[in-house]
Ligand binder design. Structure first.
Ligand SMILES: [Zn+2]
Ligand SMILES: [Zn+2]
Length: 375
């Protein structure tokens, strides 16, 4: 195995300045941008690696004691006695769980988990809002022990394993020294307290699973993806900690005839060619129920008629509503009765004889047909 000191061409007792100067000189000499000789790049990497170690006092100390094996670090190495602590090796060994000071504080009551509940509602319920009853399974604080888990009259006692600290220290010996590993106490799980006399209602858990009926107030204007927060209806916290929240995720069923686009509702209506030509008043389906819609005379195929304020209420401001947009589909009859045919033929001959521009003498049906410009 190559020796880092040899690679940098310095003695084992070289000081930091000597190391740095040696590294800079060699790095300039072998830098791949400057030196195109074969092996130069390899050499440059060796020099860099050597200086990376020797330039760092801690790494250098480890290298001096253990050679390159002291740098990578692996947990299963033979015990070589107490060599003093190296925090960064410790972290490599134990996944960064080293300094006790950096540990998340786990003692004391903790807030309970938030819960999610998926709720499907009808199109119209989403439009106008609704109060809905749901049943949710969640954890509630045990009323027998008020969350402590201890039988009423008794109380939790300090954990005998950790003496109430919630954490245990374990000395671990490695080739680089013996370290103190701090972890959650296995007996009390970090709580620092034990229940010697558990509450019979909850078995010492402090919480119990309950199916709770809740009335959810769905505001007008919600849509698929709207999330309602019900404060404090999540799981109860540990050891009497505050409850989490319940989030109700809404899914809105589609409507067979009405389509929602933002705050507007879209639908189609079929009218006869006569209704389109002559105009009519019909009833259409809206979220407010059957509503009168005026088909103006001369309505064109696919023309969109608007019913103001019959759309979706704005979430949070239900007074503001979108519109209901109705696309008119005009049916052309594929079969005509004899009477209808006679009338239409009469109309057609009349139309071609007089022409649409010369329509001042029309009467009856023709008048209504061609009087659009006159009125
Ligand atoms: Zn209990
Ligand atoms: Zn303990």
């Amino acid at each position: 195995m190559a020796d880092f000191y040899n690679q940098l061409g310095v003695s084992r007792d070289a000081d930091a300045d000597t190391l740095k100067r040696a590294y800079r000189r060699l790095a300039r000499q072998y830098h791949p941008d400057i030196n195109k000789e074969t092996g130069a790049e390899e050499r440059f990497k060796e020099i860099s690696r050597a200086y990376e170690v020797l330039g760092d006092p801690e790494k250098r100390a480890r290298y001096d004691q253990f050679g390159e094996a002291g740098l990578g670090g692996s947990a299963g190495m033979p015990d070589m006695g107490d060599m003093g602590g190296f925090a960064d090796i410790f972290e490599t060994f134990f996944g960064g769980a080293a300094g006790a000071g950096s540990r998340k504080q786990r003692r004391g009551p903790q807030q309970g988990d938030d819960l999610r509940y998926d709720l499907t509602i009808d199109f119209n319920q989403a439009v106008f809002g609704e109060e809905k009853e749901i049943k949710i399974p969640h954890l509630e604080t045990c009323d027998g022990c008020r969350g402590s888990g201890a039988k009423p009259g008794s109380g939790p006692t300090n954990c005998s394993t950790c003496g109430g600290a919630g954490q245990v220290r374990r000395a671990t010996r490695t080739p680089f020294g013996s370290f103190t590993q701090v972890s959650d106490c296995p007996s009390c799980g970090g709580a620092g307290q034990m229940i010697s006399d558990p509450c019979p209602k909850c078995g010492g858990q402090g919480v119990k699973q309950v199916r709770k009926k809740l009335r959810i107030n769905i505001p007008p204007g919600v849509d698929t993806g709207t999330r309602l927060r019900v404060s404090g209806e999540g799981n109860a916290g540990d050891r009497g900690g505050p409850s989490g929240d319940l989030y109700v995720f809404l899914k809105v069923k589609s409507h067979p005839r009405l389509k929602r686009e933002g705050l507007n509702i879209h639908s189609e209506v079929n009218v006869s060619y006569l209704q389109a030509i002559l105009g009519d008043i019909i009833e259409v389906d809206t979220v407010d129920g059957p509503t009168r819609l005026e088909i103006p005379s001369g309505t064109q195929p696919s023309e969109v008629l608007i019913l103001d304020n019959k759309g979706i209420p704005k979430l949070g401001n239900p007074v503001a509503r979108g519109n209901h947009c109705i696309a008119v589909k005009i049916k052309i009859p594929s079969r005509l009765s004899e009477e209808e045919k006679t009338l239409l033929e009469k109309l057609a001959s009349h139309y071609s004889a007089k022409g649409p521009q010369n329509h001042h003498h029309k009467s009856g049906l023709f008048n209504r047909l061609f009087n659009m410009k006159d009125t």
